[in-house]
Design a protein around this ligand. Structure first.
Ligand SMILES: [Zn+2]
Length: 311
């Protein structure tokens, strides 16, 4: 091979990667007047998608834009900011973190540097602090140089209670913590006037939810029922398309209830994790959901370990 060809190949790969990064887009969805969702892909975190494989909220107010969740990196935060400003024409003045998973908050630093206020519950921040180092470590091989400049940064306004009503640019915005869900300290952002819930990772539709080492399927059910009591007209789920309560119940609540019922019984019988995974390998009501093949057995495994160690 000629030297020029040797040089050209990596250069081409590099420029393709850069193009991929620049052209990645979240799907905007208008939920109500001045209320938008940005719908991310339901698959895995990738270099090209900046680990923005989740949904975000963009709310226009008289005094600026509120962004719900800040992305998994500085570059991801910049990408979210471009999307948000394109929708509202107003700078991002506030950011709310609904949770402690990487793509909910690792972009905070970008917005704090620009003078925006980042708002989160103190209990959400505590989980972010506990997981930050591991999350960055896990992202590094996926995002590579897309992770450059990303350092953990935490809310400048920390809410100590579990329920808070904010008035931002004339809009009423409520934060509700009901119980530990996908991560300890997950919150729902509730727009009482529009009856819209930005559920964060309380709700997954279209794809199977993921049980993480820190997920508690039992209290997640309690948290789901807190969301249900709000009787939302529209739910912007953490992952998947804009949805309603009935769909969220069928695809998130019913699956959690399935894990609690079946896995807990096997753990109490000390059946062993391998037996639990083998016995519950099918779960037909949920097998049509995206990522079922990759996640279901792992979910049973993690739920089993949770129930085995639960008091
Ligand atoms: Zn998530």
């Amino acid at each position: 091979m000629r030297l020029s060809a040797l040089l050209a190949a990596p250069l081409l790969a590099l420029s393709l990667a850069a193009t991929g990064a620049d052209t990645f887009k979240l799907e905007p969805y208008r939920v109500a007047d001045g209320v938008h969702a940005l719908i991310g892909p339901t698959g895995a975190r990738t270099y090209a998608n900046h680990a923005l494989n989740a949904n975000y909220g963009v709310i226009e107010t008289a005094e600026g834009t509120l962004l719900i969740d800040s992305g998994a990196s500085r570059a991801g935060a910049e990408l979210l900011e471009r999307h948000a400003v394109a929708l509202t024409g107003k700078p991002v003045r506030w950011v709310i973190n609904t949770g402690a998973q990487d793509h909910r908050w690792l972009g905070n630093g970008h917005f704090l540097d620009k003078g925006a206020e980042v708002i989160a519950l103190a209990r959400t921040v505590a989980t972010q602090q506990a997981g930050a180092a591991d999350q960055l470590e896990a992202l590094r091989p996926v995002l590579k140089e897309h992770l450059t400049g990303t350092t953990p940064a935490y809310a400048s306004r920390r809410v100590t209670g579990d329920h808070e009503t904010l008035l931002l640019g004339g809009r009423r915005i409520e934060l509700h913590y009901f119980a530990d869900a996908h991560f300890p300290g997950d919150v729902v952002v509730w727009l009482p006037d529009e009856r819209i819930a930005f559920s964060g990772d309380h709700v997954y539709v279209d794809r199977l939810l993921g049980i993480r080492p820190r997920s508690n399927p039992e209290t997640w059910l309690v948290a789901f029922d807190g969301l249900k009591r709000l009787q939302p007209a529209v739910i912007v789920p953490g992952h998947g398309s804009i949805t309603d309560l009935a769909t969220a119940e069928a695809q998130t609540r019913a699956y959690l209830a399935y894990l609690v019922e079946h896995v807990k019984a096997l753990a109490e019988d000390m059946a062993g994790v391998d037996t639990a995974v083998a016995e519950l390998a099918d779960a037909p009501p949920f097998a049509h959901l995206e990522n079922f093949g990759e996640l279901h057995r792992l979910n049973v495994n993690r739920a089993y370990l949770h129930f085995e160690s639960a008091p």
